[in-house]
Write a protein that binds this ligand. Structure first.
Ligand code: RIB
Ligand code: CA
Length: 325
């Protein structure tokens, strides 16, 4: 089993990521940490507890950073609504928060498990992960891997070059990408292949029961906002892609690249500047590209949609069996 901590800002796609991580038998979900992003910290933390309650999930939940390291906080109410998870009924939490700050939970968990066994999966702004590195640098060598939902090498969704998680806290993202650990970047180029299509929604509907209903209500709301704002035919399930890749690395195709986050560009702040190692001619000496040769990051380029969809349906089925038992 792959041990993981999910760091998130629920968020509609975060909610699916929580259910996939908790529902898949090859994942040991050690805990959920929350970070301000799609909505305020209070709202995303409440949402994380509600998702767990709705799906019968009982794991430690610890609240984290209330805003980015440097930027002022920006939320995504136009996509996720005022609650951060508009659409489904959000039940009151059936359990209390872990008393620790998310950063301390991450550090304690990584440092108390065997080296190279705990994976970190941040799917909101990377603020908590960056703070954890600064507070306990040893987590970098001790963690097994970091699979981030964030960035993109051809486009953004908040600006032409900025994807929300990286754009919201670019300094935190640069700290994460510069740390000497195994990072996989699941950016928009990948997650825009992971749409909650009518076919997938029909498969989830066929499962029936409260978990299916919750998921469909999630997709109905975020589908409406993605149609309105981005003219998408179906909503991308961004964050679940990061969990899916940890469950089965064959779900994604990756290429090695140097990823640096732009921190000062007037038009490009928050861009994940991605220099693929296999791009001919970009290693020439003297030019800017010669500095972008830290080819440690695995950048996801292609999604195996069939395997991804099967994982989602399987998780809904497994959680449903537990909830209705
Ligand atoms: O850009 C998509 C990312 O921003 C997703 O993690 C979504 O939940 C929002 O946080
Ligand atoms: Ca998110």
């Amino acid at each position: 089993m792959a041990k993981m901590i999910l760091d998130c800002d629920p968020g509609h796609d975060d909610a699916i990521a929580i259910m996939l991580a908790a529902g898949n038998p090859s994942i040991e979900l050690l805990g959920i940490t929350t970070v301000a992003g799609n909505q305020t910290l209070d709202k995303v933390t409440r949402n994380a507890l509600s998702v767990c309650t709705a799906a019968g999930i009982r794991v430690p939940v610890a609240r984290g950073a209330a805003g980015p390291l440097v930027n002022h906080q920006v939320v995504a109410g136009d996509i996720h609504g005022d609650s951060g998870l508009d659409g489904p009924y959000l039940p009151p939490a059936s359990f209390d928060l872990d008393p620790r700050h998310a950063v301390d939970f991450i550090i304690d968990t990584v440092m108390s498990h065997e080296p190279k066994t705990v994976n970190l999966v941040p799917v909101g702004p990377f603020t908590n992960i960056a703070l954890a590195i600064r507070k306990e640098p040893r987590i970098v060598e001790r963690a097994k891997s970091v699979v981030v939902m964030g960035g993109g090498y051809t486009r953004g969704n908040v600006t032409p070059t900025g994807e929300f998680n990286v754009w919201a806290d670019p300094e935190a993202a640069e700290i994460v990408f510069r740390a000497d650990w195994d990072v996989t970047m699941i950016g928009l180029d990948l997650t825009h292949q992971a749409l909650a299509s009518v076919e997938l929604q029909d498969r989830v509907r066929a499962v029936g029961g409260p978990v299916s209903e919750f998921v469909l209500d999630v997709w109905e709301f975020v589908g409406s906002t993605y149609r309105k704002v981005f003219e998408f035919s179906a909503p991308p399930i961004h964050d679940a892609c990061a969990v899916a890749a940890l469950i089965d690395p064959s779900v994604i195709t990756v290429a090695k690249a140097d990823v640096h986050v732009e921190l000062s560009g007037r038009w490009t702040k928050g861009m994940t500047v991605t220099n693929f190692q296999d791009t001919p001619g970009m290693h020439h000496t003297g030019g800017v590209a010669a500095e972008l040769t830290d080819f440690r990051t695995n950048v996801a380029t292609q999604l195996d949609w069939s395997k991804f969809g099967d994982q989602i349906v399987d998780a809904v089925e497994r959680l449903t069996v537990k909830v209705i038992a």
